[in-house]
Write a protein of this length. Sequence first.
Length: 409
Amino acid sequence: MSEALTRKNLYVMVAAAAILMITMGMRQSTGLFILPIIDSTHVSYAAMSLAMAIGQLFWGLMQPAVGALSHRFGSRPVLIGGGLLLAAGSALTPFATTGFGFIVTIGVLTAAGAGAGSFAILISEVAQRVPGSKRSLAAGFVNAGGSLGQFVFAPANQFMIATIGWMGAMWAMAVAALATIPLIGPLMLKHAAPPSANAAAAGAPAPISLGEQLRIAARDSSYWYLHAGFFTCGFHIAFLVTHLPGEVNLCALPASVASKSLAIIGLANIAGSLTAGWAGGVMRMKWLLFIMYFSRAAAILIYLAAPKTEATFYTFAIVLGFTWLATVPPTAGLVGKLFGVSHLATLFGLTMLTHQLGAFLGAFLGGIVMSKFGDFSWMWYADAALALAAALINLPIREAPVKAVSAAA
């Protein structure tokens, strides 16, 4: 019999999606601030790219850290602390005037705050409260919240930058960050364990420790294949959210084309995330990942050959947007399938860290390539090659629970 979602399950899913909408919406639209900040402070493009890249890396470092902290102390204090850090970083950014100052505010404070209220902790919180057969769908729903945030925040930030300046837009983002705190309440509603979990728990041995779970995962090749594919996903996304405004500027198009493209990506990924969540329940998730990464490689090559018009950017945004963050539900789903959900926040958090190592390189190398060659051509070629490699490396993944864990979970 198919297990149904309860009203309390839905409350948790909506609260998690709303928090992710704010944290990801803010984070994914930060690239819109690069050129206005450079014009105002005369910080170099390479220096701003470094600050953005460090932010990508620090956000990734937070994923396994907040997973472990939430396992020990609970999610509430971690999420509250994240909201406060995100607000503080946004509020202090207008006072920065040097590359180091932007590293501290954008690269550390806002990244740490956004990381504390992101995928690892939110998807883990939801996964532990919904029936096993609905986890992929629930992860897709939460993921769609992040995409909705990009759709809302990108044009909103562009509008505020044009009307009240980038400083005023940053202070508005600080206020938005504080809105995550009241959303934590519904997420913390107590739930009975799903019926399948209760049945499995009868007579089962005590769950294994986090350290033992990490040792088991480290010996599993499928887990490392997921890491490798996710590295490419991070490279791709960070390169685009950081340098798409610069690419649009190189094509002599209005700045609004970049914000509209980011918004379109977010809107398309709402459909993509929900589709990925549904598809993860009816097809093998490694094949779903193969299709997504292969389509990215094809889309990039077509973009490079196309004339650089507004229509090209918007079409490119629709195609890429469908898979943008849609890799998250099947990746998280595979981690849960392999190792169970007891330590999902930490195990998936580690895959997010690898994702952000790729993101660091995507953001940082984009700035280096632009400064050295005057355009992003070599980054596009690298992005297409990595996307194809990611598609292929997902094929050997084994979609069966690791025996030592399934006996204990």
